[in-house]
Design a protein around this ligand. Structure first.
Ligand code: KPL
Length: 290
């Protein structure tokens, strides 16, 4: 089976590596320095596992059986348009943020939503640090391919599960990201500090309560404060993806995380003061980065 990783950055490359280990033919779609490094030196995995592999890498998508989409949320539309020019059976998003599956479903019949807590950091072009084992949840968003992706991941040693409430899981992860990511990106520290510094935790807790209130209006009863505590503790040494983006002078996914909560909150008449403040601060930092 031929599987394509559309967006072979940190997480995409880690999953590509898992699939290679599982015996699948994997195509890594990457850009810029990452493309050049993967082509010239192969993929280097460090951290929990150490490995070096030659990989098949392209700049543009090719025909395949399945596609894992791991581009940044703000590139989903462009990636969908590129994918429209090739043939494949189904696509599974493993991205951060809310709204990716909705965009994909405008273009494709078989769309699987995915949420993963595996940790991966890009430590240099073509070099990925496998930072944390996690869990990957999959669910049908359109069509019926979740089981197919599940089998592929399970065969590759990935801890995966098919769930029937993927939309809630996506919002759940977005809530955790809405608290940890902008705060760590603004303060430029690792995830653990969010719970260690009382003044910072006060802001984190209030943001979490706002997210929880919005999720409740959506019909999802979740203890966001508790979840944030647990994730910040479990990933205390991680530099959040938003912090990594800011450090590299890149655009962040804040519009698809806090932006999504602000839009939902306004829809429901929930006060989104903290989410809006974090959103606007990150927007400011993005504008200041050149
Ligand atoms: O998903 C993450 C991210 O950095 O995007 C968390 C869970 C915050 C781990 O770093």
């Amino acid at each position: 089976m031929r599987i394509q990783i559309m967006g072979a950055g940190a997480l995409g490359s880690l999953f590509g590596y898992f699939l290679l280990k599982g015996g699948y033919e994997v195509i890594f779609v990457a850009r810029g320095e990452q493309y050049r490094a993967l082509k010239e030196n192969g993929l280097v995995i460090t951290g929990i596992e150490e490995h070096k592999a030659e990989v098949s890498v392209t700049r543009y998508p090719e025909n395949s059986d399945l596609v894992f989409l791991t581009v940044k949320a703000y590139d989903t539309l462009e990636a969908s348009k590129l994918l429209r020019s090739v043939r494949f059976d189904a696509v599974c998003s493993l991205q951060n943020g809310v709204g990716n599956e909705e965009i994909l479903a405008r273009f494709f019949d078989n769309v699987v939503g995915g949420v993963t807590t595996y940790g991966a950091n890009l430590v240099g072009p073509g070099k990925v640090m496998y930072a944390g084992k996690g869990k990957t949840m999959l669910g049908n968003y359109r069509g019926d391919y979740a089981e197919v992706f599940f089998e592929v991941l399970s065969n590759s040693g990935v801890d995966a599960e098919v769930v029937d409430d993927i939309e809630m899981r996506i919002w759940e992860k977005a809530a955790i990201n809405a608290v940890i990511n902008p705060i760590t990106a603004i303060c430029r520290f690792r995830n653990g500090k969010v719970i260690e510094i009382p003044e910072v935790w006060e802001i984190a807790e209030r943001t979490a309560v706002e997210c929880q209130e919005i999720l409740m209006r959506m019909g999802y009863r979740l203890d966001v404060v508790k979840m944030v505590r647990e994730v910040a503790l479990r990933t205390s040494e991680n530099r959040s993806s938003m912090l990594q983006d800011i450090e590299r002078g890149r655009k962040t996914e804040v519009e698809f995380i806090n932006g999504a909560f602000v839009r939902k909150g306004e829809e429901f008449g929930v006060d989104v003061h903290y989410n809006r403040t974090l959103l606007n601060l990150i927007r400011g930092i993005e504008l200041g980065v050149d």
